[in-house]
Write a protein that binds this ligand. Structure first.
Ligand code: SAM
Length: 278
């Protein structure tokens, strides 16, 4: 097998291990995150510590979550900042972030250069903790960033754009070329910032219902909306709610989806039937 070794570590492709090696980019990321002494900072996937070591210069302690046993051993034994690290050797998908919200007066600041294979499910999971998260900074594949920031009438606009923008202001802040990593990935990346709104621009009474509406709408993205949502709304109801029934899922704004969801949660007893969620 053709195994790659970097800094004495066997690189594990299955964990999305592309390590940041460009010091200019690393410094830019740190200055954008701008860590402060007593903040509750959590890094997902510290790897060989490219970002961790720099952050540690500014803070008293931080939490890191790493799945790779070899990397955890290295962090525990050899990190120059090991006394500052609270290390979880765990799959981040199994972490209950409420347990990390120990000091109730301090919202969490989460960052990481995310393994591409879990980036989307992880971001969706983190949105469910939005009440305890102050902000997030992630290095992500360009294609995922395009989906996060997409606006209506764009082919990248979909469930991820709507849920992300419902919860956070999404700001792409830095472009990162493949050559900034080792091994070099095939795709371009970027740093994106998730910032809490002062006042949320949209609000739904029941988020599960918003999710239900957008899953139905985008499952059949090419269909006109009165067909893709026909199990939830009649054409007349859609028209009364200001929706052009001949439009498609990607033409409907977040505030319109929220309006549909709120109407449904106010009116439909049918939703209690489980099959609508299947
Ligand atoms: N932060 C380092 C850097 O920038 O050089 C490493 C980033 S690398 C893209 C992704 C890191 O996430 C790796 O250290 C990998 O082992 C870790 N990782 C992958 N899947 C994970 C998971 N499910 N839970 C926690 N860590 C994971």
């Amino acid at each position: 097998m053709n195994k790659k070794i970097y800094q004495g570590h066997y690189v594990r492709k299955r964990f999305g291990q592309n390590f940041l090696t460009d010091s200019l980019i690393i410094n830019k990321i740190i200055s954008i995150i701008s860590p402060k002494l007593n903040e509750e900072i959590i890094e997902i996937g510290p790897g060989l510590g490219a970002l961790t070591n720099q952050i540690c210069l500014y803070i008293k302690h931080m939490t890191v979550i790493e799945i790779d046993h070899d990397l955890v051993i290295r962090l525990k034994k050899y990190s120059p900042y090991k006394d500052k690290l609270i290390i979880y050797h765990q799959d981040v998908m199994t972490i209950n972030f409420f347990n990390l919200f120990i000091k109730k007066d301090k919202m969490l600041r989460i960052f990481g250069s995310l393994p591409y294979n879990i980036a989307i499910p992880l971001i969706l999971k983190l949105f469910t903790y939005n009440k305890i998260i102050y902000d997030m900074h992630f290095v992500l594949q360009k294609e995922i960033i395009n989906r996060l920031v997409a606006q209506p009438h764009n082919k990248n606009y979909g469930r991820l754009s709507i849920i992300a923008q419902y919860y956070y202001k999404i700001i792409p802040v830095l472009k990162i070329l493949p050559t900034s990593f080792t091994p070099i990935p095939k795709v371009d990346s970027g740093l994106v910032k998730f910032v809490k709104y002062d006042k949320m621009p949209n609000f739904v009474n029941n988020f599960d219902i918003l999710n239900l509406v957008i899953i139905n709408a985008f499952n059949q993205r090419r269909k006109i909306i009165c067909n893709s949502l026909s199990n939830l709304f009649t054409a007349k109801q859609l028209t009364n709610l200001g929706i052009d029934i001949s439009s498609r899922a990607e033409n409907i704004s977040i505030s319109q989806y929220c309006k549909l969801a709120n109407w449904l949660s106010d009116h439909s007893t049918l939703l209690k039937k489980k099959e609508y969620y299947d």
